[in-house]
Design a protein around this ligand. Structure first.
Ligand SMILES: Nc1ncnc2c1ncn2[C@@H]1O[C@H](COP(=O)(O)OP(=O)(O)OP(=O)(O)O)[C@@H](O)[C@H]1O
Ligand SMILES: [Mg+2]
Length: 327
């Protein structure tokens, strides 16, 4: 069952006409599915995530398209309607959750407040649910100790677990995790990702995981979107994309992974960098960096096209493999 559907969504900066930050992206998310969004810094991952909950900052706006969550158009919903779903049916985990907590309130109380806001439980049930989520995020023997801590007393890993506890407290249908492990050590990162996977299984939650780390996306997600300069350039089942990419950008990202370096061969680094947002590129946005660029690519915009059967999407006229497009 599809619970989130994004159709041709474009986001622009209000002050500068035509400065598009996210450009006609479309994707859907099924119940229990995990979707990875990957791309270099500035590719539009966070802006996309924020728009899904209608949390764009004041200087940005949706200029086109829709975000449908269980049939409701998020872009057109009132603040009152959105308040009902944010942190309840649809929640978000940030890179540094400690900074989004109230520094003056014990963390247990903060989880309790989130539960109180959205669930109709008595005091004992609220407390039991708080202990249950603390246990879900790995505080099994020490949940009372953690309950009574202030945010500044938490380590980075504990803080991220509390961020996850807040996000799952009301058993949401979707969790967005925006770079949830970027600030953590590698071993803690693995624990947190495993935890997210366990929670996804226990509650059959859909997860959107945003990362610039391809290994994280590969190990964690069912489907992926590869973003470049505000556009989706490739999408599909993660396994397929990683074993057989269509887009030259995806291939470039994969080739530059340390695990793909072969001894004795030069390190492959993609040439160039992501364009400046003020750059006006006439043709395909990736054309200045593409190893297979043609004169056509330099001059013409390239549409995002679905393959036959709709399993994969691609924005390239000269892909790495022959594709049967949707008729
Ligand atoms: N409030 C804003 N006003 C104007 N432009 C913005 C705003 N927020 C982001 N942008 C621009 O939108 C583009 C996408 O930014 P975004 O934060 O979504 O990138 P990202 O893919 O999440 O990058 P990172 O990996 O660094 O987190 C960038 O060019 C950024 O400068
Ligand atoms: Mg970001």
């Amino acid at each position: 069952m599809i619970i989130l559907k994004v159709n041709n969504l474009s986001i622009e900066e209000i002050s500068k006409i035509n400065r598009v930050v996210v450009d006609e992206i479309s994707f859907s998310l099924k119940k229990g599915e995990s979707l990875g969004i990957v791309g270099e810094s500035g590719s539009g991952k966070t802006v996309t995530a924020m728009s899904l909950l209608n949390l764009l900052s004041d200087d940005l706006r949706v200029s086109r398209g829709t975000v449908e969550f269980l049939g409701m158009n998020i872009c057109k919903s009132s603040e009152k309607e959105l308040e009902k779903i944010r942190g309840n049916q649809f929640s978000i985990i940030f890179q540094n959750p400690i900074s989004s907590l109230n520094p003056l309130m014990k963390v247990g109380k903060q989880i309790l407040e989130v539960i109180k806001k959205h669930q109709n439980l008595n005091k004992k049930e609220e407390l039991n649910r708080t202990f249950e989520v603390l246990s879900d995020v790995g505080f099994k023997d020490n949940f009372l100790e953690i309950f009574n801590k202030y945010p500044h007393e938490l380590s980075g890993g504990q803080g991220q677990r509390i961020g996850i506890a807040m996000a799952i407290a009301n058993n949401p249908k979707i969790i967005i995790a925006d770079e949830p492990t970027t600030a953590l050590d590698k071993d803690i990162e693995c624990q947190i990702l495993k935890l997210l996977k366990d929670i996804q299984k226990k509650y059959n939650t859909s997860i959107i995981l945003i990362s610039h780390d391809l290994e994280v996306i590969k190990n964690f997600t069912d489907n992926s979107l590869i973003m470049y300069f505000g556009q989706i350039v490739e999408s599909g089942p993660t396994k397929e994309i990683f074993s057989s990419p269509y887009h030259h950008y995806t291939k470039g990202l994969l080739d530059s992974l340390p695990r793909n370096f072969k001894k004795g061969e030069p390190i492959k680094v993609m040439k160039g960098g992501i364009p400046d947002i003020n750059d006006r590129i006439e043709g395909c946005f990736f054309s200045p960096r593409c190893p297979m660029v043609t004169e056509f690519c330099k001059k013409n915009r390239v549409d995002y096209t679905l393959t036959e059967g709709n399993s994969r999407g691609i924005r390239c006229i000269n892909p790495l493999k022959e594709i049967d497009y949707e008729k």
